[in-house]
Design a protein around this ligand. Structure first.
Ligand code: DGL
Length: 273
């Protein structure tokens, strides 16, 4: 009974950490496609091919339910996967919807028509692929009206985090926040629309100012996964053990993961084209 958690690299560990804390009895299999990271500069076809190959690998590990703990994959590939690729006995869930439901003050699964919400000026920080997909705006439009979204593609931040260069990552975050503020000087809320960015959340908050409410996904996704599993206990799958898989170099990925999560993590290498 394992649940799969997928990301292009290390960012999904922010989600893994939150879901594992919230659901301590559920085994999770983490899959980081570190060999092909970053996804955020790839085109939609490429992201689709890499994401479907990774999700299949998690199905092979006994995970019938897979969380795409990656906004880029959720934005660029999930809709197409759900329309024509996922077999009826499997589920793949993205990380966008819980975040948008929180921003628009909705209960999970409330599909009533869009309505006015309190927050009117929202800054979105995400990878170039997520920004250009406009998936965030599309999902928001189903739930809220009159919200002005200014999106900042944060080139380079994921690469810097994957390389463990946190000084460069901080400098890039500050310059992306500055760039956004030139176009939207007073956002009320900011969305960290990439699962790598919670690793830099303090820097985002500092650069944005204390009066901006920063939404990040990990805890929201964990709460909505708990709710989902209560309603669909049969989706727990057959896998029984937690494990960490990577298409990259397991030693170097494990070192960075250990540094980020502040607990020892071992990765197993898996081959992928
Ligand atoms: N962490 C991922 C996301 O949430 C992927 C970033 C990337 O590979 O560029 O978008």
């Amino acid at each position: 009974m394992a649940v799969g958690v997928f990301d292009s690299g290390l960012g999904g560990l922010t989600v893994l950490d939150a879901v594992a804390k919230r659901l301590p009895d559920v085994p999770f299999v983490y899959f980081g496609d570190n060999k092909h990271t970053p996804y955020g500069v790839r085109d939609a076809e490429d992201v689709y091919q890499l994401t479907t190959a990774s999700v299949e690998r998690l199905w092979d590990e006994g995970c019938d339910l897979v969380i795409l703990a990656c906004n880029t994959a959720s934005a660029a590939a999930l809709k197409r996967m759900q329309e024509s690729w996922i077999p009826p006995e499997k589920r793949v869930l993205g990380v966008f919807v819980p975040l948008i439901e929180a921003l628009t003050e909705r209960q999970w699964g409330d599909n009533s028509p869009p309505r006015e919400v309190e927050t009117k000026h929202v800054a979105l920080f995400a990878t170039p692929a997520t920004v250009s997909s406009r998936a965030f705006q599309r999902e928001l439009a189903f739930r809220a009206i009159g919200v002005d979204v200014e999106a900042q593609p944060c080139g380079g931040v994921v690469d810097a985090i994957e390389e463990g260069d946190m000084i460069l990552a901080e400098a890039l975050v500050r310059s992306h926040v500055e760039a956004l503020k030139r176009r939207m000087p007073h956002p009320e809320a900011a969305i960290l629309g990439c699962t790598h960015y919670p690793l830099m959340e303090d820097v985002f908050q500092d650069a944005l100012g204390a009066d901006v409410k920063v939404f990040s996904q990990a805890n929201l996704v964990a709460a909505s996964l708990e709710d989902y599993l209560n309603r669909h206990p049969d989706m727990l799958g057959l896998g029984a053990e937690s494990s960490f898989l990577t298409t990259g170099d397991p030693k170097s990925v494990a070192n960075k993961a250990t540094q980020f999560l502040r607990r020892k993590i071992e990765f197993r290498h898996v081959e992928m084209e």
